[in-house]
Design a protein around this ligand. Structure first.
Ligand code: HEC
Length: 144
């Protein structure tokens, strides 16, 4: 009888594990839902495949050696990852309905044109990202 709590604890841990396994595909699916954060694995696959522009853009945006956008911006999906979001810039919310791709391109190329005192890096002007990479980041950005 004394072992029952132990067994129950074991059973609930097993349930938690099974539930966790059942949920993990939604977290790691990458491309899947709108604006979802791609995992490293999904990124490697997407970059190799080259056809899923939204996922590729999300991967570039969250690459510390690429966009590193989460250093300053929060966006949906980040909470399911280990990435920590900064809060020195507005969160990405309804970006696609507030800006055209052209406007986003202008901002990413050189945000100092819109705000000379901004802390946001001029990704295009300083060649932090290539033109193609900026386009991919925008394909992802407008889904947020
Ligand atoms: C070092 C901090 C920093 C980084 C990194 C950064 N930004 Fe920003 N961003 C800002 C700040 C600050 C603003 C607020 C407006 C301003 O200062 O021009 C902003 C504004 C924006 C806006 C307008 C948001 C709105 O709600 O109006 C967009 C879109 C944007 N950034 C995209 C990006 C993308 C995409 C990346 C990554 C490729 C990125 N930013 C990386 C600091 C940053």
């Amino acid at each position: 009888m004394r072992n029952i709590p132990k067994i129950l604890a074991g059973a609930s841990a097993a349930v938690a594990l099974i539930v966790g396994l059942a949920l993990s595909p939604t977290v790691y699916a990458g491309a899947g839902a709108k604006g979802e954060m791609p995992s490293k694995k999904a990124c490697a696959a997407a970059m190799k495949d080259g056809s899923d522009k939204v996922t590729m853009g999300g991967c570039i945006a969250t690459d510390r050696k690429g966009g590193n956008c989460h250093a300053c911006h929060f966006f949906k999906g980040l909470e399911t990852t280990r990435l920590q979001a900064g809060n020195i810039a507005p969160p990405f919310v309804q970006i696609g309905s507030r800006y055209s791709k052209e406007q986003l391109k202008e901002r990413l190329y050189d945000p100092t044109k819109l705000n000379p005192n901004t802390s946001m890096p001029p990704y295009g002007k300083h060649k932090i990202l290539s033109g193609k990479e900026i386009d991919l980041v925008i394909d992802w950005l407008v889904t947020l």
